[in-house]
Design a protein around this ligand. Structure first.
Ligand code: NOJ
Length: 760
């Protein structure tokens, strides 16, 4: 869908003509360079032994520090020698210009063919400067800032020697129990596709051979976000319609943006581990979508095919995954240990190996590694670019745009700058570490600006009490969390402070390690004793602003019923406290909107806006319709919800379907409040009857603009077959004539609507 702002028409014809000339010129260059790369790649493959080829398909985690002596025994020695023998194609988690150079020198100067290594890592929402977690960033619905966030992450990561990130994670998920929702863009395939595209563009930049761009990786292919019961690594069993219309689109969008690598997932998808799924990897990704990069497994997912009951042993896992289209094995050792024998047995043809190696070398060429293997190892760039002050400034802008105002009864927010006697309460209020979120790459411990620090810039009439500690110790990535369920000793002082204050800001939520990999939760309330603290404070002072820091939607039914203002601040990264303070005191008007539905109860999950109607949607006079006996079926906060300190009025929705291939939808949006603010306008469609049932609504477009008070804009969206069609149960894209409803509004539940007939 394209959006035109009718009030600001540009000389379109001229722009189009210029664009054509550029495209022809660029395409010529692309063809020349890809021909050159193919020739180069072919010439290297011809020189390689089978061992060296399989070596390229092999990725290990960090095994030796350049500051340590050269390993003389054990695994480290073995791997050190493997690099020298050209038996490793890539490593992960080796970082720092000096470290990387040392290992790269070993590969380039001491191996027979001198093929450079790839250096990968999980650079998910920043390298040292931390941006908001991806789910938070997505709440900005702002593709240019999301792209810039990935761009800066790449600038910092590449300055530290890395040339490959395992991001973006483009898994759609409808299940807040799944801890990895923090790494994605939420529940919607349209928005998810746009964000996937923006993130790939940001990481890879305009030219992958520049020293500040890195290869991106669309992960986890596919279906990982649909783990049963939200339990990480669990079974995924979905129908064709969900697979094609919901799960695959963001991956396709990444391919369209020329993403260089794909990562398989840990789950089985309809009975087959994705690491060994030829339909996914060969048929869909490599043939249908014409993906030219390479596919890496997830950590150990190759050998896990044995646990899945798909391969009888590791040797067969190697054979099955190579034949299915896996090009590189991360940390399973199945290729390095078994692929040679498989080729000798002819159970894996040499052409399969050659193709995988070609794909890997092609990416190395595109990264410029064959021209200068050390271009990412520049100590000066590392010193100046990592944590650059401009990056921090941008982190603040993005953090502000990621905040979602969930509730604001009687406009309790923004807080008056002259407000006296403010109480700040909660375990996350002075926290400088948890706001950095999970998957924080090289963020320095305790480097985030806390809410306490942010608020101090506005007022001194502020007192702080933690109230409760909810996690003891300082757990690391893979550690268990020890949640405090008994110690309430801090309650008394916090209650006393609340009693003596005019307004209470409470900062509650999740520890950074409560979301992320293997951090599924069966209960989605405020962890530990935080809910009890909230209720105890409410008893003495109802004037509460609840600031939430979390990595996923939570069940906040009590808070929604009692607390007048709720601000969803997620884990916002390095500038967290400054962003929250600016929003609380009205220096920034919040404009973010949810990209994942907030349930009322865990029992409603999976809950998502683009559901089907059922045959008995109700309500009926009897109880015999689709409902719960003990809970509403409505979400607490729907997809697309987010308030502002101002309000927007929608009027004049018109549909012009004269040109049936380009249906024009127009609407007028006006800021009718007293403060300037951003509004995200959302366009949904519903195909009222179709050969395969369609959801009650599907997002197909959106726009985001800043509106001064009283300013109005007429927005026009063009809807084409791309938006009106869908994938049927054979995976074929079809467009069916008939009646459609168009809904345009401020959230998935507040909109104007009109119908039209699609002819032909
Ligand atoms: C496992 C995770 O699932 C994946 O997302 C990550 O990229 C790899 N580990 C490497 O750290």
């Amino acid at each position: 869908m394209s959006l035109f702002l009718v009030t600001k028409i540009k000389p379109l014809t001229v722009i189009t003509i210029m664009l054509c000339v550029q495209i022809v010129f660029c395409q010529q260059q692309v063809q020349d360079s890809s021909k050159y790369i193919e020739q180069k790649v072919d010439s290297i493959v011809k020189l390689m032994t089978l061992d060296e080829k399989i070596g390229q398909m092999n990725q290990y985690v960090e095994f030796w520090k350049s500051t340590d002596p050269i390993p003389t025994e054990g695994e480290a020695k073995k791997k050190y020698n493997q690099v020298k023998r050209g038996l490793i194609g890539a490593v992960l988690n080796v970082k720092g210009a000096t470290e990387v150079r040392k290992l790269q020198e070993l590969a380039v100067y001491e191996s027979r063919l001198g093929i450079p290594l790839l250096f990968g890592a999980d650079v998910i929402h920043g390298y040292q400067t931390q941006f908001p977690i991806p789910l938070a960033e997505a709440s900005s619905w702002d593709l240019s800032v999301i792209e810039k966030s990935a761009r800066i992450a790449a600038i910092e990561a590449s300055a530290a020697g890395l040339n490959w990130t395992f991001a973006p994670m483009v898994d759609i998920s409808r299940d807040a129990r799944w801890g990895r929702v923090m790494e994605g863009a939420g529940e919607d395939p349209h928005l998810g596709s746009a964000i996937a595209n923006a993130r790939v563009k940001g990481f890879q930049g305009d030219n992958l051979s520049f020293n500040n761009t890195i290869a991106a990786c669309a992960k986890h292919f596919a279906g990982y976000g649909f783990a049963e019961a939200g339990r990480d690594y669990n079974t995924v069993d979905v129908g064709t319609s969900t697979l094609y219309n919901v799960i695959l689109p963001p991956f396709k969008s990444a391919v369209d943006q020329n993403v260089q690598t794909f990562m398989t997932s840990y789950n089985i998808l309809n009975g087959i581990p994705t690491t060994g799924d030829a339909t996914l990897l060969r048929q869909i990704l490599k043939q249908k979508w014409q993906f030219r990069g390479f596919v890496v497994s997830d950590w150990g997912s190759g050998e896990q095919m044995v646990d899945h009951g798909f391969a009888k042993n590791k040797a067969q896992a190697a054979e099955l995954s190579a034949n299915a289209g896996l090009d590189m094995d991360m940390e399973s050792y199945i290729f390095i240990n078994h692929l040679k024998q498989a080729v000798k047995n002819n159970s894996v043809r040499i052409e399969v190996v050659n193709e995988a190696v070609r794909r890997i070398l092609r990416v190395k060429y595109k990264l410029g590694l064959f021209d200068d293997p050390f271009q990412y190892c520049d100590n000066d760039r590392e010193k100046t670019m990592i944590g650059h002050e401009d990056h921090e400034k941008f982190a603040l802008e993005l953090a502000k745009k990621s905040i979602v105002l969930l509730k604001n009864k009687q406009n309790i927010l923004p807080i008056d700058k002259k407000q006296k006697k403010i109480a700040l309460i909660g375990p996350l209020a002075d926290d400088k570490d948890n706001p950095l979120g999970n998957w924080r790459a090289q963020a320095k411990k305790n480097s985030a600006v806390s809410v306490l620090e942010g608020l101090r810039k506005y007022t001194n009439d502020l007192n702080f009490q933690k109230g409760v500690d909810f996690v003891s110790g300082t757990p690391e990535f893979g550690d268990k969390l020890d949640i405090n369920m008994t110690n309430k000793t801090g309650f008394r002082e916090a209650i006393q402070l609340a009693k003596n204050s005019d307004i209470v800001i409470m900062v509650l939520g999740e520890h950074a390690l409560q979301s992320g990999e293997s951090r599924s939760r069966a209960k989605l309330g405020l962890p530990g004793l935080q809910q009890q603290l909230l209720e105890a404070i409410f008893e003495v002072n109802t004037n509460i602003v609840l600031v939430l820091m979390n990595g996923r939607p939570l069940t906040l039914t009590w808070a929604d019923e009692h607390v007048p203002a709720i601000l969803e601040a997620w884990h916002l990264g390095s500038q967290s406290g400054n962003a929250i303070a600016q929003v609380l005191f009205g220096d920034h008007n919040p404009g973010g909107k949810l990209t994942m539905t907030f349930p009322r109860s865990v029992g409603q999950i999976p809950i998502y806006y683009n559901h089907y109607n059922t045959g008995r949607p109700g309500p009926l006079e009897t109880v015999l319709y689709s409902r719960y006996t003990d809970e509403s079926k409505e979400p607490l906060y729907p997809f697309g919800h987010g308030l502002s300190y101002t309000s927007f009025a929608y009027s004049d929705l018109k549909i012009d379907s004269t040109d049936n291939d380009n249906i024009k939808v127009s609407v007028t949006v006006k800021n009718i409040g007293e403060m300037g603010g951003e509004e995200i306008t959302q366009v949904y469609i519903c195909d009222i009857s179709a050969s395969v049932t369609r959801p009650v609504k599907e997002l197909k477009g959106f726009s985001k603009f800043f509106y001064e008070p009283n300013e109005s804009r007429k927005l026009e969206f063009i809807i084409t077959d791309k938006e009106l069609g869908f994938y049927n149960n054979l995976g074929k894209f079809v467009v069916e004539p008939g009646e459609f409803e168009i809904m345009v509004g401020t959230s998935s539940q507040k909109f104007l609507s009109e119908k039209f007939i699609k002819k032909k």
